[in-house]
Design a protein around this ligand. Sequence first.
Ligand code: GLN
Length: 485
Amino acid sequence: MSYMDKSIEEIHEALKKGLVTSDELVKESLEKSHFVQDKCNAFVTILDDAKGTEVTDSLLSGIPYGVKDNYSTKGVLSTGSSNTLKDYVPFFSATAIDNLSKAGAVMVNKTVLDEFGMGGTGTTGHTGIVTNPWDHTRMCAGSSAGSAAAVAAGVYPYATGSDTGDSIRKPAAYCGIVGYKPTYGMISRYGLFPFASSLDHCGVLTRSVRDAAIVTDAMKGIDKNDMTSWDSKDVHLLDALDGKVSSKKLCYIKEICDIKNYPNASDELKAHLDNFMKTIDICKKLGMEVDEVSVDETLLKASPATYVVISCAEATSNMSNLTGFIFGPRASGDKWDEEMKNYRTKGFSPLIKRRFVIGSYVLQAQNKDRYFHNAQRVRRLLVDEWKKLFEKYDAVILPVGSGPAKKLEGSKDALDKNTAILEDHLQIGNFGGFPSITIPNGFIDGLPVGVNITGNCYEDEKILNIAYALEGAMDFKGQVCKEVR
Ligand code: GLN
């Protein structure tokens, strides 16, 4: 009997009835971890000596899960998938991980990401490329690549992720699972390696909306160590899922969804947008009103550049503490500055260093207003535009990416001008700190694709409920890919 491809509530019930023990679940999850490691290279560390925990009324008690390797985990290697921290073992755990431990959850592995979360392919971690369990010639997207691969392959029902531009929500789509980042600050970021602090969100990858609600209910909470965290004790995500959505109003954006905007559209892109429009019909059948709306195209197209400027600037500042003296392996050199230079030059991959060059450039005194401050102004305009939509609509619904997972070979971590806005609109959810969830939206040529629902800050209950109703009207809930079935 396999339990790790079931939902959290099903596993909890089996534990309660004594059909299985927590130790047996851990054993199953570890065996699957090794199997998926051979196939997908999804893990930095597999905790072979993990032990089951006592089963209580907490839904997560005794159940295994995975942790993205940019979360600090006490006494357990935490690398951020970077050579600069390849031997770093923190002496404390991230608050979100402590909260999961308090709920009785059992961490069984640490998952691979793009180095420090800076990437969208799952190919830039220091332990190598993560392959997509649905098709190993394709990427998982990133940066939460290992978490997405493992949840999709049935290693466990959930793993943690982090999302600065789309890093939970895009890998979820490419792997056919659910990816949710709650409103900014709902889950404490304390102990999450910072990438771009004003955009960073903790979140989860699961195989159902209910599971996403259960895990987030356990991870969230105000934290004195994260001054951007807020008190969400009145938010009960699981309890809010009643599937009643008939009075809800959604919109999708013409400039992003209309095939006419893509003159050289591939068959794949056409199928993807067609598929999305069918989902819009399902929303209407559920009784929701769905409108097509227009947003200034110039503003939309400014989003990727805005993201690059802000995220690189913040990353450059955040990562200046990686000197090789406090964390990470000591580099060689006769003097301290030589040591630091060697550590950073050899430790960071070229992709990351390119981002630091951009970040330093836009922060230079003579450039700051032209680039950094202007990017902040555009961020504000984009957030205001979305807020305007939320005055009239409960949520914005949009396709994720320009199709299914891309081929590993020949793909670059660079923007394709034609489809950039389709690929990058999720970052607007980070600009505004909006709650945003991706759910599976079927298959194109046998490969999963996703649909995203984003709402106004603090309206997580409503957003999850819309996603829950839509998930219930489609056939992809709880899907586990062929890998370990
Ligand atoms: N792909 C985006 C980037 O490269 C987003 C990454 C993220 O959300 N962590 O920065």
